[in-house]
Write a protein that binds this ligand. Structure first.
Ligand SMILES: C[S@@+](CC[C@H](N)C(=O)[O-])C[C@H]1O[C@@H](n2cnc3c(N)ncnc32)[C@H](O)[C@@H]1O
Length: 118
């Protein structure tokens, strides 16, 4: 299983790998768009919902939701993924943290309409 350092190293080439794997209907991202679309449609049941994305990566889905006016929050244990996502969404609260250690203090006391993870 890939640790945070592994994802740090993968981060800059991640979007390209997703695209190639999707196009070739190949491991590990065959069906990826379908998965993201399913989540995307689900959260649209509530306008302006507050969403926590755990493991947002390069923020392919998070950024789309953010651009549509959703109140998004995110956590990811890869510092490089966090940096990439922060560049795209400077005002979003994105925390570098490992979900296996629980929710970070930054999110304590917050209620979320949806918690997503892909
Ligand atoms: C395969 S990527 C998916 C990224 C994004 N959700 C997407 O669908 O494009 C998995 C992401 O989850 C993060 N991640 C994996 N294990 C995690 C953990 N225990 N805590 C926080 N983030 C984690 C990785 O750093 C990586 O950015």
């Amino acid at each position: 299983m890939l640790g945070s350092r592994g994802f740090d190293l993968w981060a800059d080439g991640y979007d390209k790998d997703v695209q190639l794997s999707e196009e070739n209907d190949d491991y590990p991202f065959a069906g990826y768009k379908e998965v993201l679309n399913t989540i995307y449609k689900l959260v649209h049941k509530k306008e302006g919902a507050r969403i926590l994305d755990i493991g947002f990566g390069t923020s392919l889905l998070t950024k789309k939701l953010y651009d549509e006016g959703y109140e998004v929050y995110g956590m990811d244990f890869s510092i490089r993924m966090v940096e990439i996502a922060r560049d795209k969404m400077p005002r979003v609260r994105l925390v570098e943290a490992d979900i296996s250690k629980g929710l970070p203090v930054e999110f304590e006391g917050l209620d979320f309409d949806y918690v997503i993870s892909s």
